[in-house]
Design a protein around this ligand. Structure first.
Ligand SMILES: C[S@@+](CC[C@H](N)C(=O)[O-])C[C@H]1O[C@@H](n2cnc3c(N)ncnc32)[C@H](O)[C@@H]1O
Length: 287
């Protein structure tokens, strides 16, 4: 129903299925046209203003103002019990800092209530020369209502428990479903390269790992709810949302990435299964 309301405001999508809408265009302009309070969860990773092929670097103040603008639109389109997960990395500030975590500049520039920062730790990346090799990015978890938000802990418990049968007063000490996964998540990055390419790799330079978004979608939304990604890229959040029986809406400014996302969604639809098991194939070579 909410997907239909969104479609009524935005018009014909670039691509659609019964549970998914994809629009090619600027997410800020598109979100401005969407009615308030229609989205349950937004999970996204924007450009970091570091000169990747999909962004035009801006002066820092302009970049932060732009981020505030689209975050404020996300807040407006989010339902009262909804959540916003923001994945964000580092940038260099000349004369001030080399690898400045963008959350330090942005975390409170939003009307959302901040729950916590999750550290995403991964094994591969660039090697630092006169500093430590960066191996983490941040996930900022926000909600609209601090008293009333979704947290499906039992759906995302970590089954890797050292002493699962340990008891206290005759009762199992640990939840049989597993332990709370903590706020440090060790999930491999999607890597490229002849011998080290991840099996889920698509030709996009900044692809989310499926496992990262799977945990967020399961923890912070329920079946049939609407998940939004305004910076869709290769469509990872779309296939994860659909695989978890959520509805999905995505925005992406670059049509070649839209096509990649469409290809991925179609492949997933042709062979639905838990998304973590799905291997994508693409004939598109973009990067
Ligand atoms: C960090 S990447 C997201 C990658 C994505 N998480 C994935 O799994 O592939 C950011 C994406 O935002 C897109 N983008 C940049 N500016 C945009 C805008 N104003 N509106 C919509 N998309 C934009 C870029 O083309 C790029 O694909």
């Amino acid at each position: 129903m909410n997907l239909q309301l969104i479609k009524n405001s935005l018009g014909k999508p670039y691509f659609e299925t019964d549970d998914c809408l994809l629009y090619a265009g600027d997410c800020l302009e598109l979100m401005k046209k969407v009615d308030s309070s229609l989205v349950d969860l937004t999970v996204t990773s924007p450009p970091y203003n570091i000169g990747k092929e999909y962004e035009e670097p801006m002066p820092l103040e302009n970049y932060l103002d732009w981020c505030k603008d689209w975050i404020s639109e996300i807040h407006r389109v989010t339902k009262n019990q909804g959540a916003f997960w923001l994945n964000i990395g580092y940038l260099e500030i000349p004369e001030k800092g080399k690898a400045v975590p963008i959350p330090y500049l942005l975390w409170d520039k939003t009307p959302f209530y901040f729950i916590q920062e999750v550290i995403w730790n991964y094994g591969a990346g660039v090697a630092g020369r006169k500093f430590f090799s960066p191996r983490n990015e941040k996930l900022l978890w926000y909600v609209k209502d601090q008293e009333n938000y979704v947290f499906n802990l039992d759906d995302i418990r970590d089954k890797n428990v050292k002493y699962p049968n340990q008891k206290k007063n005759g009762k199992l000490k640990c939840n049989p479903l597993g332990k709370n996964p903590t706020d440090v998540w060790q999930i491999p990055k999607v890597t490229s390269g002849a011998n080290r390419s991840s099996k889920e790799r698509m030709p996009h330079p900044a692809q989310f790992p499926i496992a990262l978004i799977d945990r967020i979608v399961k923890a912070s939304s329920n079946t049939d709810e609407v998940v939004l990604d305004p910076f869709l890229g290769s469509g990872t959040s779309a296939i994860v949302a659909l695989s978890n029986k959520r509805k999905f809406i995505g925005f992406e400014i670059n049509e070649k990435y839209c096509d990649l996302a469409v290809e991925r969604i179609k492949q997933y639809k042709n062979s639905p299964q838990p998304v973590s098991l799905f291997e994508f194939a693409t004939t598109t070579q973009l990067v």
